[in-house]
Design a protein around this ligand. Structure first.
Ligand code: G4P
Length: 279
């Protein structure tokens, strides 16, 4: 299947990001812990030059704990602090503070040398659509947050959420666009449900997914459906349809429905925790 898909707003997103980045010191980049590479846009490295950086492996509850560990090590070798979080339950949110301090250390030292004291660090959350940016901002800022008004010298209309004395967060996240030029990236984004399913053929997606996980997580299908993955994906889908009672008129197996069940089970973690990319 062809996984190419171009959201219409990429140019606008880039322009907005460039404007917002001028206002901030720290970029809090969210990636999906199941596919930390495909859910990233490397353009952020260029856009974010000279800024403090940190990566949050969000949805880490759905990813393999071993995978989370190797990705944290990987980002650390790039000099970027990474933290595992689950924005839905707020697990890991408390641990972010230390990483924020770490990422802003240089800036604070620079400020101090120039005699600027107590200027808060301004941060912005960025990530591709559906990676959990809004959920994270809500979890991190919580209800206790104070919204600050417009500030002199700051673009009108920007809202900042004050998080303690030393940190202010832009209340709207920056939207990054994924790298769709790469078919493999497109496919993995489709697996996690980041590409609109309407333009995809569910059955083909499920077929690619079954092939993809066959060696990586050989026990996942058995763990969920009680049978081992069959020789071919279509046999596996047929068996899922049978087990789940997916039939069309005339007792014909409904493979499309089985495919949807499979992908939904994966996306909600019912196939077990899986990381689909290795550093
Ligand atoms: P965005 O702003 O980056 O576009 O993403 P958003 O916060 O809207 O989150 C997208 C989906 O991901 C939401 O699910 C949200 O609940 C879920 N999500 C965010 N963070 C996590 C996490 O750490 N773990 C898990 N398991 N899920 C997370 P939804 O299906 O759109 O809504 P709902 O299921 O919450 O009703």
């Amino acid at each position: 299947m062809n996984y190419q898909w171009y959201p219409g707003h990429m140019t606008k997103a880039r322009r907005m990001m460039q404007e917002d980045i001028k206002l901030i010191d720290l970029i809090i980049e969210l990636v999906d812990a199941r596919i930390p590479l495909s859910s990233r846009n490397p353009d952020i490295d260029q856009l974010g030059q000279g800024k403090g950086r940190m990566v949050l492996l969000n949805k880490s509850d759905l990813a393999d704990p071993k995978g989370n560990q190797s990705w944290m090590e990987y980002f650390s070798t790039l000099g970027i602090t990474a933290v595992e979080v689950n924005s839905k339950t707020k697990a890991g949110i408390k641990g972010i503070q230390r990483a924020v301090e770490e990422a802003c250390k240089e800036k604070r030292e620079r400020d101090q040398k120039r005699g600027i004291l107590n200027r808060p660090v301004r941060a912005m959350v960025v990530g591709i659509p559906n990676v959990g940016k809004s959920t994270f901002i809500n979890a991190y800022a919580g209800r206790a947050c104070t919204k600050t008004g417009n500030k002199p010298g700051v673009t009108k209309g920007k809202q900042w959420i004050r998080l303690g004395k030393g940190l202010e967060l832009l209340d709207t996240p920056g939207i990054l666009w994924p790298k769709f030029e790469d078919q493999q990236v497109g496919m993995r984004l489709a697996f996690i449900g980041s590409i609109n399913d309407e333009i995809l053929i569910e059955e083909e997606l499920a077929t690619d997914f079954l092939l993809y996980i066959k060696d990586r997580y050989p026990e996942a299908i058995e763990g969920r459906y009680g049978f081992c993955q069959k020789e071919t994906p279509s046999d596996t889908l047929e068996e899922i349809a049978r087990i789940r009672g997916c039939y069309k008129k005339g007792q014909v197996l409904d493979i499309t429905k089985a495919a949807a069940i499979l992908m939904d089970d994966f996306r909600s973690g019912r196939l077990g925790r899986m990381t689909l990319e290795e550093p």
